[in-house]
Design a protein around this ligand. Structure first.
Ligand SMILES: [Zn+2]
Ligand SMILES: [Zn+2]
Length: 304
């Protein structure tokens, strides 16, 4: 099953040339989920061929503008393109009021419903589940209420073993029944338990999106052993003092988090505009966690 992340924006507060504020598209089996929606998000989607109307949920980390100023524009475009299907928006308190005020001020309403989900519980908890994924909100440590998100695929039924098919040549109907949870009886009426027929399912894959936070053990457990970790790295160690003051992380700190939690791969982003070249940020992180990549726009990372 497809499970990947496309970087649409990777910069912090002020946009830099070639770098837009935070926005990512998560594709799970061709279902689209948006993580943050910084200014310029919809232009980026156009650039990378993202079909707006496929987005079913938008998860906003916090209400600093670089994480949601693109939202009203995107919702308006969805309306103009004739969207009828509802959309769910998850965020800390305050976003619903802002969006509704913007819509009211334009004397308009949308053709589709917005289901606002305000996240208030200050602990790790599940906020969404559908046919494909489960999403947990993870409180992180920033200047205002901020949540990271962990997206995990739903468990899949393992495949039917090849050896079983070859030996018993079951009908399509029998295969469907096995997949539905039934055991199998051969032509002589002998039971073949389902456990012997179904192969072990592949392990569940997880993606963690952790932005705008100082490093803190408070969220480590929630992201333990994730396949792919996005962690903000606004600064290099040279600006560690600034990182501490603004409750952000350095590249070294992001890498240390990845190491501590046993992430398989790390993507760093939310770069300060002071960095024209990102090479030094990547180098710093790689010293502590080799499997690190930059969240450069247009890059697609598989969750594997
Ligand atoms: Zn930010
Ligand atoms: Zn912020």
């Amino acid at each position: 099953m497809r499970f990947d992340v496309t970087i649409l924006g990777s910069n912090s507060a002020i946009p830099a040339l070639q770098r837009n504020p935070t926005c990512q598209l998560v594709n799970v089996s061709d279902q689209y989920y948006l993580l943050d929606c910084g200014e310029g998000a919809q232009v980026q989607m156009r650039k990378y061929g993202v079909k707006f109307q496929r987005i079913s949920c938008i998860f906003v980390s916090h209400l600093h503008g670089d994480h949601y100023f693109g939202l009203i524009g995107l919702l308006n475009t969805m309306h103009l393109l004739g969207r009828k299907k509802e959309i769910s928006i998850f965020s800390p308190p305050g976003l619903q009021e802002i969006i509704e005020l913007q819509l009211r001020s334009a004397h308009g309403s949308l053709r589709f419903e917005i289901n606002f989900h305000t996240i208030e519980l200050d602990e790790l908890h599940q906020i969404h589940e559908d046919k494909y994924i489960k999403v947990h909100a993870v409180p992180v440590q920033h200047k205002i209420t901020t949540f990271g998100y962990v997206i995990e695929e739903k468990p899949k039924v393992g495949n039917i073993k090849k050896g079983f098919i070859e030996k018993y040549k079951p009908s399509v109907e029998s295969i469907l029944k096995i997949k539905d949870g039934f055991d199998f009886y051969d032509t002589s009426g002998t039971l073949v338990p389902r456990m012997q027929i179904i192969a072990e399912p592949t392990p569940i894959r997880k993606y963690a999106f952790i932005t705008d936070t100082k490093p803190s053990a408070s969220y480590f457990e929630a992201i333990r052993n994730v396949n792919l970790l996005y962690h903000e790295a606004t600064f290099t160690q040279e600006n560690k003092k600034r990182a501490t003051e603004t409750k952000h992380s350095t590249a070294q700190q992001a890498a240390e988090v990845a190491l501590k939690v046993g992430a398989k791969k790390l993507i760093i982003g939310h770069f300060s505009s002071r960095y024209t070249h990102l090479g030094p940020i990547l180098e710093e992180a790689k010293k502590y966690f080799e499997n690190t990549e930059l969240a450069e726009e247009g890059r697609v990372f598989k969750v594997e």
